[in-house]
Design a protein around this ligand. Sequence first.
Ligand code: ATR
Length: 271
Amino acid sequence: MTDRYAIIGNPVAQSKSPLLQTAFARRLGQDMSYEAILATADTFHETVRRFMGEGGKGMNVTAPFKLDALDLVDEMSDRARAAQAINTLKFDDAGVYGDNTDGAGLVNDIQERMGISLAGRRLLVIGAGGASRGAFLPLLEAGPAYFLVVNRTESKAHAIVSDRAEQGRVEAGPIQRAEGGRFDVVINATSVSLTGDRLPLPEGIFAESSLAYELAYNKGHTAFLQDAAQGGAAHISDGLGMLVSQAAEGFLLWRGVRPDISEAMSLLREE
Ligand code: ATR
């Protein structure tokens, strides 16, 4: 029997998940279907329960339901708990399992696709909203020598780092705190590239071989990436690879095999 999966969100028509998951399934010869389901805040819970009742095996959860999904799960991964958000649900006899694959997608994209190791490096994340919170634990577990989270609203950066703070190794502060830090990897996790706002970068945040990584995708050469190139960053990337890698990580949770992301990347770039 064909196993059913779906993405639930609002809006959901723009989502790349159906394209990605069906490409993975085709490539790996997995008998599964994948649909897009629109829900509202009022219908989210019952829609998930109905899909599960009909024999659905799993769902991806996208905006604005990643927090609502926390109330639905019987069990969740540490990284979902740290992110305080769920983007992948798995249904089986044990009940509803919730995971968050966004941060792992980011780490895999940087380390595996780009071949840049985070272990022992100096890492800077700018921004402390949902995207930053989702990435924090997987980035920390990749073993950076120094990890700084900065944000316009400083208290939110401290809230993310919270009990993992370690003087001289894992720290939080205002954006200016990053000045002169010469980071190996600088990640823009703010929403400025989506809103078109300008993010004034402090001087001296890039080292000669730095990677500047923008979580947003399909925004072209953003102001952040341009500033990074001018500031001396050797590598720049948008978040398309993270998008594909988080989907691959979800597929792994569901099917027990990790799809190769390069083919799916070209599919999306062609679009
Ligand atoms: P997301 O889910 O994409 O993370 P979010 O939770 O709304 O979105 O978080 C947006 C992030 O972008 C926050 O870190 C926000 O900073 P504040 O916490 O100070 O609001 C950051 N951000 C948005 N616009 C910004 C701007 N013009 N300059 C600096 N940071 C900005």
